[in-house]
Design a protein around this ligand. Structure first.
Ligand SMILES: *[C@@H]1O[C@H](CO)[C@@H](O)[C@H](O)[C@H]1NC(C)=O
Ligand SMILES: *[C@@H]1O[C@H](CO)[C@@H](O)[C@H](O)[C@H]1NC(C)=O
Length: 475
């Protein structure tokens, strides 16, 4: 009975529509501030015409209901434009399914137009016509890169890292590296002359600074989403060198944050910096320990650099003293550590090896390519797994790291593969406990192109004082 009645109403409305249509043939669609349904119908289950108490025949510009921040129509005229009918107009007034509903499907769930979800590093939006429209960024973690590396005989294995998942490749390069390529003046810096005696300077097949100098080689840190490898690699090499040179009387872990926040002249903090600037600061101003000036990883990207909380003043003979207390209020040891000017090594593999064996870890600049982020173990070489993809999947940026040793392995068909052992600054869950091995002797990723050594500025007095501190702590 009700069904018949409804049909009659609809029929009547349609008859009315016909006459109205003829009469108003010169009228065009209503002027709307914004068409309601161009992007599909939002709120398709809402009750509007029904709540209003019915529909209007023909054209009735007053036949409206509030809808979101505007109004919608329940008159038949709205069907001409489709764009300003209330969402329940077709169902309630005409008993037919709506002409389109922008609903998308995912894992058996319905999503409405404008709703989004994140697929790795790409935002997907439910578009009109019920189709997901996703951004097409290259992601830092691309599952097919991981699979391709692990399937192939590249000599190294790849893994997924949750700290990188969801970032784009561009973000990885922007926030996880952070060393500017030195200017040509610096790049042309004279290399030190090393007189290698092939007879007496026998280099072992394997060498690891951590074995020669136990307790003096510092563990890799994590720079987080802060592009300050310039500060991390400099602080790490200086820490190791001072510990070795002082024969363990001092084993400071120097503070990258001190450099990031205070070495700000021509430096970009978490937006990248230059290692020559970092060495200048270590030499002329000096830095305190990590314990005294702890690293504060940025909470948002791009990172804001906190203001400098440590200054030093000269106390004669080139030595300096802190003028402020440690930012970490639990520490009173605000000793300033300094270096001498850094020196550049030649790109000769053997000379770099000899330097590491004699004096300790060195700093190296390298190119980081898209596949390096997923490195897990083995001897890294940049692969061709992204070569078949669109160009925006292949990118590289400049990074700096600390080389602590070398070795040699046999690859899958038995030929020897020489490598460097280097510390990264992406935390200890990345790579081989924070370290990586990379092909040696072939300037892989330019790692042998610009290698730096340095001395700490240490006097006999320092050794004595620090020994004193050390003893006193144990009493
Ligand atoms: C109303 O719109 C629907 C869907 O676009 C269409 O099928 C129908 O013919 C229209 N009715 C009238 C009377 O124009
Ligand atoms: C990688 O890790 C993330 C987060 O830990 C996870 O959501 C994702 O499914 C993983 N991807 C692959 C390919 O394993």
């Amino acid at each position: 009975m009700r069904l018949i009645l409804l049909s009659v109403v609809v029929l009547l409305l349609l008859v009315e529509w016909g006459t109205a249509n003829r009469m108003l043939s010169r009228r065009t669609k209503r002027e709307l501030a914004s068409p309601l349904h161009v992007g599909g119908i939002r709120d398709p289950y809402g009750s509007y015409c029904q709540r209003r108490g019915g529909c209007c025949p023909g054209r009735d510009d007053l036949c409206t209901v509030p809808y979101l921040d505007t109004i919608c129509y329940c008159d038949l005229f709205c069907n001409r434009t489709v764009s300003d009918c209330c969402p329940d107009f077709w169902g309630h007034c005409m008993g037919i399914p709506p002409p389109f509903i922008g609903a998308c499907e995912r894992n058996g769930n319905r999503f409405l137009t404008g709703q989004t979800y994140k697929e790795n590093c790409n935002l997907c939006t439910c578009g009109a016509g019920g189709r997901w429209e996703c951004e097409q960024n290259a992601c830092l973690i691309e599952p097919d890169v991981i699979h391709a590396v692990n399937r192939g005989n590249y000599g190294w294995k790849a893994a997924n890292y949750s700290q990188f998942y969801g970032l784009t490749l561009d973000e990885g390069i922007r926030y996880r590296l952070g060393t500017q390529r030195p200017s040509s003046i610096i790049m042309n810096m004279n290399e030190i002359q090393m007189n290698m005696d092939p007879q007496n300077d026998r280099l072992p097949l394997h060498f690891n600074s951590a074995e020669k100098w136990p307790g003096k080689i510092h563990e890799p840190l994590d720079q987080g989403n802060c592009a300050a490898s310039w500060a991390f690699s400099t602080a790490a090499v200086a820490s190791d060198r001072i510990s070795i040179q002082s024969m363990g009387h001092m084993t400071p872990q120097l503070s990258p944050q001190n450099l990031i926040s205070c070495d700000t002249r021509n430096q970009g903090g978490c937006a990248g910096g230059r290692i020559d600037g970092a060495w200048w600061y270590l030499r002329r101003r000096g830095v305190v320990t990590e314990d005294c000036y702890p690293y504060a990883p940025p909470q948002q990207t791009p990172a804001e650099v906190a203001r400098c909380m440590m200054q030093s003043r000269s106390v004669g003979r080139g030595k300096r003293q802190a003028t402020q207390r440690c930012p970490n209020t639990h520490t009173y040891q605000n000793d300033i550590y300094q270096s001498t000017p850094p020196y550049r090594l030649s790109s000769n593999e053997k000379e770099i090896m000899k330097e590491i064996m004699d004096n300790g870890p060195v700093q190296a600049i390298m190119d980081v390519h898209e596949d390096f982020f997923v490195y897990k173990s083995g001897i890294y070489k940049h692969t061709d797994v992204s070569f078949a993809k669109a160009p925006h999947y292949r990118k590289h940026g400049t990074h700096s790291v600390r080389i602590i040793g070398w070795g040699e392995d046999r690859d899958f068909n038995g030929s020897p593969q020489k490598y460097w052992i280097a510390a990264n600054s992406w935390g200890k869950n990345w790579g081989e406990k924070g370290y990586f091995r990379i092909a040696r002797g072939e300037n892989e990723c330019e790692i042998e192109a610009f290698v730096i050594g340095v001395w700490g500025r240490i006097t006999m007095e320092d050794m004595h004082n620090h020994q004193h501190h050390h003893r006193r702590r144990h009493i």
